[in-house]
Design a protein around this ligand. Sequence first.
Ligand code: IMP
Length: 443
Amino acid sequence: MSASKESCVTAVVGAQWGDEGKGKLVHLLSRNFDLVVRYQGGENAGHTVETDGQTYRFRLLPSGILYSHVTAVLGRGMVVNPISLAAEIDELSTQGAFRGKLIVDRGIQLVLRAHQLQDQYSEEAKDIGGLAVGTTRRGIGPAYADKHFRVGIKAGDLLRPRAELRQMFCSDITRKNALFAGYYGQPQGDAGELWAEFEPAIEKIAPYIADAVSLVMVAKEKCRPILCEGAQGVLLDLDYGTYPYVTSSHPGIAGALSGTGINWTDIGEVIGVTKAYTTRVGNGPFPTEELGPLGELMRERGAEYGTVTKRPRRCGWLDLVLLKYAREVVGITKWAVTKVDVLDELSEILSCNFYVQSDHMAGPTLNPEMDRLGDYLPRYSRLSGWNCDTTQCRRYADLPSALINYLKHIEVATKTPVAFVSVGPATDAVVWIGAEQVAMAEA
Ligand code: IMP
């Protein structure tokens, strides 16, 4: 898969509550792209790439950076902690995999230690009323809040004279300290100590700060292929997700547009990534959650523990009502279905086709109304499991017929073809599906 001449941009978007396996797909696709641009979120995301006997961990950088031809871009819609970015660059450099082809957009809002404290204090305060979101405590919400409040520090500010920057930094801490002491009744940050922790990161990052929007525009003019990498997933979208149990950014295509300088006419394919089942970390409704042994099986076989916080992920069946919603909200043109091998041992697979409400009336089919999601009961289709090892499958013809049926079931329900199936953690454990092999139901 590569970008076409007319539309040089492909986007990879999470269609569930994050952790769908976007990183592996982005890594594979990056071979065919010149620019790989991450457009939202920050170090609340995380994924691991295992290739050529090495393991690489990513939080902020797009994994495309492993290819020497790729320029990795941190787009304007992200929030970036410079200390963490410097550490990630150091780690990759130690592994001999950082070649410096990195652009950090100057408009990026920075995440400071004070934002992380604020995230922690806010979660602790909400927890008293049982209302904690279950954030990653990486300061993401407070950094986006400051951006919307039009205060804080941008990546471009790191290029200011040092004394000026220090003054900005200290007045930011003063503002936060008033909030910590007055509102949360929590310990304040020491501006001197926090600056000492922050300052070394400036030199590390400064060489990569530039106007990424100009870079993207020039690349588009030359029809250079651009891959947009989303973090988290549509169901965690601030507006279209299960608010308030969401992240503070827009993981869908709207985020790709506002977070990169790409416009809607540039977009070609939008690949929605979904697991063959569903997971969620943190609090909030999850209609198809399996609290018993089946959920446990998915968690253990799928190693479903958060990459950032190590929290066990909640697991359950695939929810086609939510996938249809994700397709609709984002404009997904193809699916990538990941971790099908996790279901290899099951003789029966369930997938939720519609909801009923507590009064037994049918739930909405088009827009499940995210704020009411907790009131719905899932109604399942029961499909035959494939009950065999799929981890060695590399071609469509290798896939067991029950798995092909399952994929078709997804395609028919969502009216969107499956283009990519992941059958194991290894980079090459994938099956690419050509359009001709997929029986698409007519609308
Ligand atoms: P925050 O993004 O740290 O503010 O967390 C808000 C919600 O989004 C919490 O439920 C987190 O668990 C969830 N979340 C944030 N990033 C990810 C991710 O990369 N994968 C899955 N869940 C995430």
